[in-house]
Design a protein around this ligand. Structure first.
Ligand SMILES: [Zn+2]
Length: 389
């Protein structure tokens, strides 16, 4: 059950409440709606001073969608969840269009901005605008959740696998077994190293198996340098042949090259981690291997928000997730800087840019249309809530 955020008269976050309790608070007039998204109530009367139990916000950052979950570590309940869709592709496309407009103006000898030379250095920690938007989206939602909900700690998935766990290349027989935490870390490591595709037929999006380059029957070891990933058919076809005998001598050489630690963490996640630390809450980091391990042993299906709920070593023994419906969030951006829209060739097709408000409304406003049943072309819009956060 997704819980409802509640704040007191001074907008201090209180314990989130069950939806039934929230309904009672509203119908009895003890509370009013403060925010629609995320649904938040404000109490009308003073509340006795009981310190709310601090909760944990958990994040699984993704390139297209980021999972968010608010979890009570003591009870294991997922109190709130969200799935945040990013707009990296739209930003990239917007910049491409802007470059096209400038180029066409230069060609047409209209007034234009001079192209800049590549003589500028980028500040340390610079991220491409499409990547920065992902970091900013997550940060603004963490800030929003912290405003309406008592958060005491943050967990985020930082690395795909744990380089420390794989530091010892010799894998003991028991540890190598699938289903252990080490097994999951190893699998994530191999997927990253071999580009998430079958090493032999390069097929993607098929179930991949851990595969011995020199088969164990031929004296191959369980060392990381003797392992690769292969699809089922290739694995069967290869049988007890070595990769060289199978016609892939280069695989043996590639397996000897170690994957650097840096490959475990991408720049976007690292930037997010650095910024989350600035909130001065304790930030726990987990690996993709551990998230999968946590989810599998608890037999929880895979979704972005459930992945988020399973991030990190702090995940409670039982996670109560049934009945929770994630809030589906779509990043909309703010205004754009393009002065007028252009067609595919770059010619202006709209009027010059106007203000960001149209008849009092702006992007992201929640509106209700009041349209009389007798006519379709008349009516009014009015606000239902103004989330100016
Ligand atoms: Zn294959």
């Amino acid at each position: 059950m997704s819980f409802v955020f509640v704040v007191d008269q001074h907008r201090k976050p209180l314990d989130p409440v069950h939806p039934g309790r929230a309904r009672y608070l509203l119908t009895s007039g003890h509370a009013a709606v403060l925010r629609r998204y995320p649904f938040t109530l404000i109490l009308k009367e003073a509340k006795p001073d009981a310190e709310p139990a601090p909760l944990r916000v958990k994040i699984d950052p993704g390139s297209k969608t980021t999972g968010l979950a608010v979890v009570n570590d003591t009870t294991g309940a997922v109190l709130w969840a969200g799935e945040l869709s990013h707009r990296g592709d739209m930003i990239k496309e917007g910049l491409r269009k802007r470059a096209g407009v400038r180029r066409s103006r230069r060609q047409r000898h209209t007034r234009y901005r001079q192209p800049r030379f590549a003589n500028r250095t980028r500040p340390k920690g610079w991220l491409a605008p499409s990547l920065k938007s992902r970091v900013d989206n997550v940060l603004s939602w963490v800030a929003r959740i912290r405003r309406w909900c008592p958060i005491g700690a943050i967990s985020m998935e930082l690395a795909r696998f744990d380089p420390q766990a794989l530091a010892n290349p010799e894998i003991a027989g028991a540890e190598y077994q699938r289903g252990t935490l080490f097994g999951y870390e190893l699998r994530e490591y191999l997927l990253e190293k071999w580009g998430r595709q079958c090493a032999y037929c390069h097929q993607r999006n098929v179930p991949l198996q851990m595969e011995h380059i020199v088969p164990k029957a031929r004296g191959g070891t369980n060392r990381v340098t003797n392992l690769t990933v292969a699809c089922g058919p290739c694995n069967t076809k290869k049988g007890t042949r070595t990769a060289e005998e199978f016609g892939f001598p280069q695989i043996q050489a590639q397996a000897q090259k170690p994957l650097t630690d840096a490959a475990a963490v991408n720049s976007t996640r690292w930037a997010l981690y650095e910024q989350l630390k600035a909130t001065r809450l304790s930030v726990e980091t987990g690996t993709g291997g551990r998230t999968k391990f946590n989810r599998s042993i608890r037999e929880i299906p895979k979704t972005h928000w459930l992945d988020a709920a399973n991030v990190g070593a702090s995940t409670p023994g039982t996670v109560h997730w049934q009945g929770v419906h994630p809030l589906l969030i779509v990043a909309k951006g703010r205004q754009d800087r393009q002065m007028c829209h252009v067609n595919t060739i770059g010619f202006p097709v709209s009027k010059a840019k106007g203000g960001s408000r149209v008849q009092g409304f702006t992007t992201g406003d929640m509106v209700r249309a009041i349209v009389p049943a007798t006519s379709k072309k008349v009516g009014n819009l009015c606000w239902t809530s103004r989330d100016q956060v």
